[in-house]
Design a protein around this ligand. Structure first.
Ligand code: SF4
Length: 230
C-alpha cells in the first residue's frame, strides 16, 4: 500500500474518537471538485509512505489516539487493504473507512470480517448525474446501489455524505439522493471548500444561507440529514 499523507490528529474525521487520518494514493474516480489532486494524479515527486512507515507512526500514538481513519484517494482500490487493517487493529485502534462506494464486495468483506468499525460513504450525486460528477464519460451506479443497500442493512455504523458544489448539485438532485438512501442512519451535506488543490478550478460553494435552505428541503425527505463544514 502507498500512502500520500498523514494527518496526525483529527477530532472531526472520526465521530466520537480522537484519531489520525491516513490518505491512500490513487482513485478510480476523477471528481472535478476533488480536494486531493496530488493523491489521484501523483506526479511522482510527492512524499509517500509505505505501510511500515505508517505502522511505526501508529506505534508512537498508542494510548494517545483511539481511532484511525483510512481515507484517500479511494482506499478500496488497494487489494491488500485488509492485511494492513489487521496490523492497525492489532495495535488496538478502531478503524474508520472513507469510500466512494464503488467496491461493494471489498467493502462487505472488510465489514463482515470485523475489520471496520465505521464507514463514511460518499454519495456523489443523483444516479443520472454520476458520470459528470465523478469526471467519467459514463458510469453504471449498480456498485453504488449495492454499497448503499449493504450499509443500510446495519452491519456496522455508517454515514452517507455529499459534498455540495453549486455547478453540480441542485435542490432537486439532493432530494433525489435523499429518496435514494431513504432510511439511512445519517446523511451529511458538506459545504465545498476550495483547498487550492482542487482538480478543476472555478468551482464554488453555496452560501451558508443557501445550504440551510437546502438542508430544510432535504430533511423533509430524510430527517437524518445534517450540515457539516458549513
Ligand atoms: S473526491 Fe474522492 S472519489 Fe472523487 S476523485 Fe477525489 S478521492 Fe476520488
Amino acid at each position: 500500500m502507498v500512502f500520500g499523507g498523514i494527518q496526525k490528529l483529527t477530532l472531526l474525521d472520526y465521530p466520537d474518537r480522537t484519531a489520525c487520518t491516513l490518505f491512500t494514493v490513487g482513485c478510480n474516480f476523477a471528481c472535478p471538485f476533488c480536494q486531493n489532486t496530488p493523491l489521484i494524479r501523483p506526479t511522482g515527486k510527492e512524499q509517500t509512505f509505505d505501510a511500515l512507515d505508517i505502522l511505526a507512526f501508529l506505534k508512537t500514538r498508542q494510548g494517545l489516539l483511539d481511532g484511525v481513519c483510512i481515507s484517500g484517494g479511494e482506499p478500496l482500490i488497494h487489494e491488500n487493504l485488509g492485511a494492513f487493517i489487521d496490523e492497525v487493529k492489532a495495535l488496538g485502534f478502531y478503524v474508520k473507512l472513507d469510500t466512494n462506494g464503488s467496491y461493494p464486495q471489498r467493502l462487505k468483506k472488510l465489514a463482515e470480517s470485523g475489520r471496520l468499525d465505521y464507514v463514511a460513504m460518499d454519495i456523489k450525486n443523483a444516479p443520472e448525474k454520476y458520470p459528470q460528477t465523478i469526471g467519467l464519460p459514463e458510469y453504471d451506479v449498480s456498485p453504488i446501489e449495492e454499497s448503499i443497500a449493504f450499509l443500510c442493512s446495519g452491519v456496522i455504523p455508517y454515514e452517507f455524505r455529499t459534498t455540495v458544489v453549486r455547478r453540480f448539485h441542485t435542490r432537486s438532485d439532493l432530494l433525489t439522493i435523499a429518496r435514494w438512501i431513504s432510511g439511512a442512519d445519517k446523511y451529511f451535506l458538506q459545504g465545498f471548500i476550495d483547498s487550492g488543490e482542487v482538480l478543476q478550478s472555478g468551482l464554488t460553494a453555496y452560501s451558508i444561507a443557501e445550504m440551510r435552505q437546502l438542508l430544510d428541503s432535504v430533511k423533509k425527505e430524510l430527517p437524518a440529514t445534517e450540515l457539516r463544514g458549513v
